[in-house]
Design a protein around this ligand. Sequence first.
Ligand SMILES: [Zn+2]
Length: 141
Amino acid sequence: MTAPKKRVQTAALLFHPMWGNLAPYFKIEVCAGDGHKRPRFRIEVVAMPEGLVPRALELEVPCCECGRTISPIRYRRSPGNKRDSNVGHHLYYACACPLSVSMGCSRGASARDNYQAVKHAVEASRLPVVGQGELFVAVAP
Ligand SMILES: [Zn+2]
């Protein structure tokens, strides 16, 4: 018998002291055309200053599913890039154990909730600040 899993409704990273430094470089990439009603998306980390990258890679948070310590900012090897160095690879956000550690963690409801929470936080951080003289309003014709 195991106790029912506690659903995690938010993402540990959002409470990390580094979150404010990271948020500007998080980019939501919708996987277009996959036929889902609610399009899937992935969370890329783009154009992060070189000085910040090592600190981002050192971050550790608990896996959203099992609680094991994970690195939420990871390198994704670009296809065809067989080099061991990190040159040319992309950074992305992950909330769960890599598949090589646990097959289930990244595929459960906790992971889905986690990605939604981060997506919302990123979108909220992009909201224009009224009163800064930089707010443009798009008016439909
Ligand atoms: Zn896990």
